[in-house]
Design a protein around this ligand. Structure first.
Ligand code: DGL
Length: 275
């Protein structure tokens, strides 16, 4: 391990990235992690491109300042709207040795092997759908796949307000799934392109026809990160080990701790920070 090694930074607009962190930690429990949720300014899903980029860059700079050499944008909205600019324009100026990776590419890489009909659906926040990032990334790898994006503006609020198990959630989950499959009945695979959606998985599976594969991204992101570190041992050397995780939030720590427990499936302690 290098002298100035640090934890892996994991960033999300709020709680959703915890579903990704959970999978990464399961696969690579040896590493240290620093999670940052910008809960005070969440949700990002309905914000403009410029604002999401500005907030995400602030968070990345903060995590670099805390010693992270590698930051994962565990948020589809931030990955869709900010990742490319940060990688191409900001990183070379800030520190070309550091890396920022997103969650969209690892998810897109698996879809070519899963879809037989070559008709794929994306369910995500309005911001992610509007950015058309999934379409563009899928077209680069599998130009034969037809992609239909369905914005689900109510799904994040349902999860944030702990209504994901309530009868009210049934209406909104069913409505969006029916709409998507009505728009393209040949869809055989659906990507859940938002880190909040794993909490709605029970209801999503209930209303999704059994012959449609639901693609959850957490394990694919974790797998892709593991491969990345295997291919880049120099980066792996710059990550501290010991299995510790610290949780930071821009909101009140107590409020974060209560909800984060639901996403992580364990009790945790958080610290409030200002970006
Ligand atoms: N974590 C975000 C995503 O994956 C959803 C929450 C938000 O809108 O901020 O797109």
């Amino acid at each position: 391990m290098e002298k100035d090694a640090g934890p892996i930074g994991v960033f999300d607009s709020g709680y959703g990235g915890l579903t990704i962190l959970r999978q990464i930690r399961k696969m690579m429990p040896q590493y240290d992690f620093l999670y940052l949720g910008d809960n005070a300014r969440a949700p990002y899903g309905t914000r403009s491109f410029d604002v999401v980029y500005e907030f995400t860059l602030q968070a990345v700079r903060y995590l670099f300042g805390q010693g992270c050499h590698l930051v994962i944008l565990a948020c589809n909205t931030a990955s869709a709207k900010a990742l490319r600019s940060i990688q191409q324009n900001d990183l070379p100026k800030i520190d070309p040795q550091r890396r920022v990776l997103g969650v969209i590419r690892p998810t897109v890489e698996v879809v070519g092997n899963i879809s037989k009909s070559r008709h794929v659906g994306i369910m995500a926040t309005p911001g992610t759908i509007r950015s058309r990032t999934y379409e563009l990334e899928i077209a680069k790898l599998n130009p034969d796949i037809q992609v239909t994006g369905e914005a689900c503006p109510m799904w994040v609020p349902l999860v944030e307000n702990e209504e994901y198990d309530s009868p009210g959630a049934d209406y909104f989950v069913r409505q969006r799934i029916e709409n998507l499959l009505h728009r393209d009945p040949l869809i055989d695979s659906v990507i859940l392109g938002c880190t909040h959606y794993p909490l709605l998985l029970g209801k999503i599976r209930q209303y999704m026809p059994k012959d449609v594969t639901v693609i959850e991204q957490g394990s694919y992101v974790a797998q892709s990160l593991q491969n990345y570190l295997y291919r880049h041992p120099d980066m792996a050397e710059r990550i501290t080990t010991g299995g510790a995780t610290r949780f930071l939030t821009t909101e009140q720590a107590e409020a974060f701790e209560a909800k984060a427990t639901v996403f992580m499936g364990e009790q945790l302690k958080a610290e409030r920070v200002q970006l």
